[in-house]
Ligand binder design. Structure first.
Ligand code: AMP
Ligand code: GLY
Length: 425
């Protein structure tokens, strides 16, 4: 079978890598792909990004299944376009993708269906938003309603910071339309977990759990980023908590979408905060897999991914039982100088180790030309180590990183710290 993966990041490299391991694969096309997908003989990059031309390509090449990595094409309706042409594609429709594309949609959806989340109010008027902040007091979280590439959330520890965020979004329009409306919500304390499932319209198939590291610097300091590292599984998610998340969050979300006449298909990613009381609350829904969570998750998946995807687009995910490598997979992101605000690019990368049993490097912002990898974006590589213990997985990933070089390379030295400091790991 021919598979098409849409996107260019580490997540898409991991998706293509997992597909390429299937015995049933002829070729995995990646649009537009990166240096990593360019260097793998089982994959082929295609330089197309507009949905119309992608659908034409899929028809012409007789693509069996298309999988979409990032949120932007999903919220622009690529799934609707492909389906209208009779093409098989895994992802949510434009309407269903609102769960990620509009925070106010997601919040009222959660309230309507009794899904636990932070208390909130939605504002389009700056004066009202300021009054609300003054009344409530800090800490508060201010979120631009629309997609803002991970930059639209301000965790304001003081009311001053919250006022500034409202000014940035509503008054100065820094996020354009995405910030014309803001959600202001209660600050939740606890430990974050990424809970990602596959949904075929009615059946839910949970993937392995994971934890991301959103802040740029060690000890969770510095600005929020797309994610600086992740590991799987998240030990905090005990079997009891796992069932509770399905019962209280995932199942009501999937049933709620169906009830609202917008059946959900695709990956569904619930960003959760687990409180000290053990209660899971939803911070956000994403309508895709996480990046970098996908890299450690798929590094542990044992099943043939083409088989799994066939069930996903065929509505038979209830027939699938996923098998996971028992080891812990830990991925460390190597980012460019200046990331996340203004990454510098165009630097030569050297020393990327060959894939081994316990280490695999996924590319994100890289290009390949004349047998040389160069940097093209903020997040450049994700180095995944696999081992029986968290400490060993860390050791493997960080030892591989020692060999890798590019100008201005920055990364966190403490990926996995929460789990590593706990006993019995
Ligand atoms: P979001 O895109 O909504 O997940 O927000 C990005 C990040 O901001 C999350 O991963 C959390 O670290 C943080 N965050 C979002 N909402 C809250 C909240 N209500 N309380 C505390 N932290 C939050
Ligand atoms: N790593 C967080 C995300 O993909 O949204």
């Amino acid at each position: 079978m021919k598979i098409l993966v849409i996107g260019a990041g580490g997540r898409e490299h991991a998706l293509a890598w997992k597909f390429a391991q299937s015995r049933r694969i002829q070729v995995v096309y990646v649009a537009p792909g990166n240096g990593g997908t360019a260097s793998d003989s089982r994959m082929e990059n295609i330089d197309i990004t507009d949905p119309e031309s992608l659908a034409e390509f899929a028809l012409k090449e007789n693509i069996g299944i298309t999988v979409v990595g990032p949120e932007a094409p999903l919220s622009n309706g690529i799934v609707d376009d492909f389906r209208a042409k009779g093409l098989k594609i895994f992802g949510p429709t434009k309407k269903a993708a609102q769960l990620e594309a509009s925070k106010s949609f997601a919040k009222s959806f959660m309230v309507r269906h009794g899904i636990p989340t932070a208390a909130h109010e939605t504002f389009t008027d700056a004066t009202r938003a300021h009054q609300y902040i003054t009344k409530k007091g800090g800490p508060l979280v201010v979120k631009a309603d629309g997609l803002a590439a991970g930059k639209g959330v301000v965790v304001a520890m003081t009311t001053d910071e919250a006022h500034t965020a409202v000014d940035t979004m509503l008054t100065h329009n820094r996020f354009g339309n995405a910030g014309n409306r803001v959600v202001i919500e209660e600050y939740l304390e606890g430990e974050e977990v990424s809970f990602i499932v596959m949904v075929d319209g009615k059946n839910v198939l949970p993937l392995a759990t994971s934890q991301d590291h959103k802040r740029l610097n060690d000890n969770d300091q510095g600005p929020n980023t797309g994610g600086m590292g992740a590991y799987s599984p998240a030990r905090i998610v005990t079997p009891t908590l796992h069932s509770r998340i399905l019962r209280e969050i995932i199942n009501p979300a999937v049933a709620g979408m169906a009830k609202d006449g917008i059946p959900y298909t695709g990956f569904l990613y619930a960003g959760l905060m687990i409180g000290a009381d053990g209660k899971p609350r939803t911070l956000e829904f994403n309508c895709r897999m996480g990046d970098p969570e996908t890299q450690p998750i798929l590094a542990r998946l044992r099943n043939d991914f083409v088989d799994v995807m066939e069930h996903a687009v065929g509505g038979t995910l209830d027939k699938v039982e996923l098998q996971w490598d028992h080891r812990i997979a830990l991925g460390v992101v190597l980012a460019s100088e200046g990331y996340p605000d203004a990454p510098t690019t165009g630097h030569v990368i050297s020393g990327i180790p060959k894939e081994g049993e316990d280490c695999v490097v996924f590319h994100a912002g890289t290009a390949l030309a004349q047998k040389q990898f160069t940097t093209t974006g903020g997040r450049v590589l994700c180095v995944v180590g696999l081992s029986d213990t968290m400490r060993m997985a860390q050791k493997i990933a960080y030892e591989a990183i020692r060999e890798i070089r590019f100008d201005g390379m920055q990364y966190r030295r403490d990926i996995g710290w929460r789990a590593a400091r706990k006993p019995h790991q």
